[in-house]
Design a protein around this ligand. Structure first.
Ligand SMILES: Cc1ncc(COP(=O)(O)O)c(C=O)c1O
Length: 394
């Protein structure tokens, strides 16, 4: 009879039979899987047979989230990652080699600017930042080495939108791919692959998770493109975690409801703040004043504008900082896409890497605050944000 320690380890590792399928996907909290032979393990590690070997490569909970996101984005395959940045890194590094170039928006999540500076430029990959709402500017930025055009469905934080279909036509005619960060829209409001994009990424930290309690990312596209990005992610160690994948699956179940309420609340806030004391300008795709309002109404589901808006405060940088101090309902925190309203000051947080001149080129002002409109009662939000804008200007 084996000793206690041996029996305890065996006894505690027995996976139960569950003849009735659980309503929720179990959290496969295991780093490794028992295999029957060396050949089986070798094949699993090459994804040459179905199954799982090691959770940096794949895991059943990850696989469930991947299947769900592929279906909801209309993609053939998906790979989930530790964060949105791991997904972005995986896609970019799987397309570009040393000497290649990527075109990206001037108004873009600061993490991509950081990746370009900290990793790409040091690896011989160049980026050209242009106003991607201007097709002519994109066309002019192409060179023989351009392999990838990067877009955000709704840009962070200016909410600028590019015509994904038109950019895809332009890029494909020049042999380049188009990747779209669909984080701000979520798969409920937009499916960039259907518009012509080659690959989509998400920070599932945001609307997919929806509750400010996970970090995660996803890459969706055709099987070959996703497999190429997966090779980068696996080798760089950017794998997802089973608990995070479980929470992202839970978030997906209420995504539609949340996006509808985020959109309705953001529209109410946008309407109330346009022309309000202390506010120079409101940028929200759902408002007719937005420069790409018509495009937004074509690209986003059923006239919804999403939950993100930016407010240009009349008092500049000090007003931006004062606004955040005055909030009572909304929370001053970075990140977005959650049940609670989150406000941040891009010039000192997500876009702190940008100089004043670069901020201007990206369409940001030092007094711009980004509001991720949550699911609170709209009257409470409007009152809180209008009071903060008013007080920040005085
Ligand atoms: C549009 C967008 N993409 C990607 C990311 C990066 O996501 P993560 O923080 O999950 O790495 C963010 C984070 O704020 C974002 O706003």
């Amino acid at each position: 009879m084996p000793g206690f320690a041996t029996r305890a380890i065996r006894a505690a590792s027995r996976v139960p039979d569950a003849p009735q399928a659980p309503v929720n996907v179990p959290i496969y909290q295991t780093s490794t899987f028992e295999v029957g032979s060396a050949a089986e393990l070798a094949e699993l590690l090459e994804f040459a047979r179905p199954g799982h070997s090691y959770s940096r490569y794949s895991n059943p909970t990850h696989a469930a989230l991947e299947a769900a996101l592929a279906e909801l984005e209309g993609g053939e395959a998906c790979h989930v990652t530790a964060s949105g940045m791991a997904a972005i890194h995986g896609v970019v590094l799987s397309v570009l080699s040393a000497g290649d170039e990527m075109i990206m928006p001037r108004a873009v999540y600061g993490g991509l600017v950081g990746l370009a500076g900290a990793v790409l430029s040091r690896s011989g990959m160049a980026t050209r930042s242009v106003d991607t709402t201007d097709l002519g500017a994109i066309e002019a930025a192409f060179s023989e080495r351009t392999r990838l055009v990067w877009l955000e469905t709704i840009s962070n934080p200016t909410t600028a939108m590019a015509d994904i279909g038109a950019v895809a036509d332009l890029a494909h005619a020049r042999g380049a791919l188009v990747a779209v960060d669909n984080t701000f829209a979520s798969p409920y409001l937009c499916n960039p692959l259907a518009l012509g994009a080659d690959v989509v990424v998400h920070s599932t930290t945001k609307y997919v998770g929806g509750h400010s309690d996970i970090t995660g990312g996803a890459i969706v596209g055709d099987a070959e493109r996703v497999a190429a990005a997966r090779r980068v992610v696996i080798n760089a160690g950017g794998n997802a975690a089973p608990l995070e994948a479980f929470l992202a699956l839970r978030g997906l179940k209420t995504l539609a409801l949340r996006m509808e309420r985020h959109s309705a609340n953001a529209l109410a806030v946008g309407r109330a703040l346009e022309g309000a004391a202390g506010v120079d300008r409101v940028l929200y795709p759902g408002l007719p004043s937005h420069p790409q309002h018509e495009l937004a109404m074509r690209m986003l589901r059923a006239g919804m504008g999403g939950g993100m808006l930016s407010i240009d405060l009349a008092g500049g940088r000090p007003a931006g900082e004062r606004f955040l101090d005055r909030l009572q309902v909304a929370v001053h925190a970075t990140s977005l896409g959650s049940v609670e309203t989150l406000c941040s000051h891009p010039a000192s947080s997500s876009h702190r890497q940008l100089s004043e001149a670069e901020l201007g080129l990206a369409g940001l002002t030092p007094g711009m605050v980004r509001v991720s409109v949550g699911l609170e009662d709209p009257d409470d939000l409007v009152a809180d944000l209008a009071a903060a804008a008013h007080d920040a200007g005085t």
